[in-house]
Design a protein around this ligand. Structure first.
Ligand SMILES: Nc1nc2c(c(=O)[nH]1)N[C@H]1C(S)=C(S)[C@@H](COP(=O)(O)O)O[C@H]1N2
Ligand SMILES: [Mo]
Length: 199
């Protein structure tokens, strides 16, 4: 028995190259939010894109579903130190949602139905690195995970993936969101452990 136990622990000690530093492997899907889950129906859901000149365009559920969607399989990394591997999503690439908007913009502030905001460089949202997601694991996205529609930016810590997404505000200059104003890192790369300001 001792030999089996040692072998088992020995294997578990090998670092998984897909788990960033300071993270542990989570098999559940924890729920984290600053407040109660807003109930947003697909009939009511809209996404407003505000360009740097203040011009706006609004997409509703039908408009979103008319855009080409993709299946995405990716790992998630939360700053509270859990990582979840091989999660399956479906969504529209953010670039397709932005369309012609964004000339002169360098950053984006994402807005959510619960008042949450988070800032990202525009470059991190385009070129197939981020999605406006509406399915998780083959089913409509559950309300507690941000349904009907959330942002999915898997290469950054999960706080950048705004749930209950309602707005994308294009900005010439960076402007901190909810957690970023409270001392979290403005970029949030899990592979460089950018958890807090100064990391
Ligand atoms: N609108 C909104 N989006 C949000 C949050 C929130 O409170 N409100 N929390 C963020 C944080 S801190 C994390 S870790 C992830 C958690 O996503 P999950 O609940 O689907 O695991 O959502 C992010 N997106
Ligand atoms: Mo988080």
């Amino acid at each position: 028995m001792a030999v089996v136990t040692r072998g088992f622990h020995g294997r578990r000690r090998e670092p998984d190259p897909r788990i960033p530093p300071g993270q542990y492997l989570e098999t559940d899907f924890p729920v984290l939010a600053i407040g109660p889950t807003p109930r947003v129906s697909t009939d009511d859901w809209t996404l407003t894109v505000t360009d740097v000149d203040g011009s706006r365009s609004t997409l509703d559920w039908r408009g979103l579903r008319a855009l080409p969607a993709e299946d995405v399989e990716t790992d998630l990394h939360c700053v509270t130190t859990w990582s979840k591997l091989d999660t399956r999503w479906r969504g529209v690439p953010v670039g397709a949602v932005l369309g012609d908007a964004g000339a002169g913009a360098h950053h984006v502030l994402a807005h959510s139905a619960d008042g949450y905001t988070t800032n990202l460089p525009l470059a991190d949202l385009v070129d197939g690195r981020a999605w406006v997601a509406f399915e998780y694991d083959g089913r409509p996205l559950e309300p507690w995970h941000g349904g009907p529609v959330r942002l999915l930016v898997p290469h950054l810590y999960l706080w950048k993936s705004a749930k209950w997404l309602t707005g994308l505000e294009l900005l010439r200059e960076d402007s901190p969101g909810f957690w970023e104003r409270l001392g979290y890192h403005s970029y949030g790369d899990p592979w460089r452990e950018q958890r807090y300001v100064g990391d």
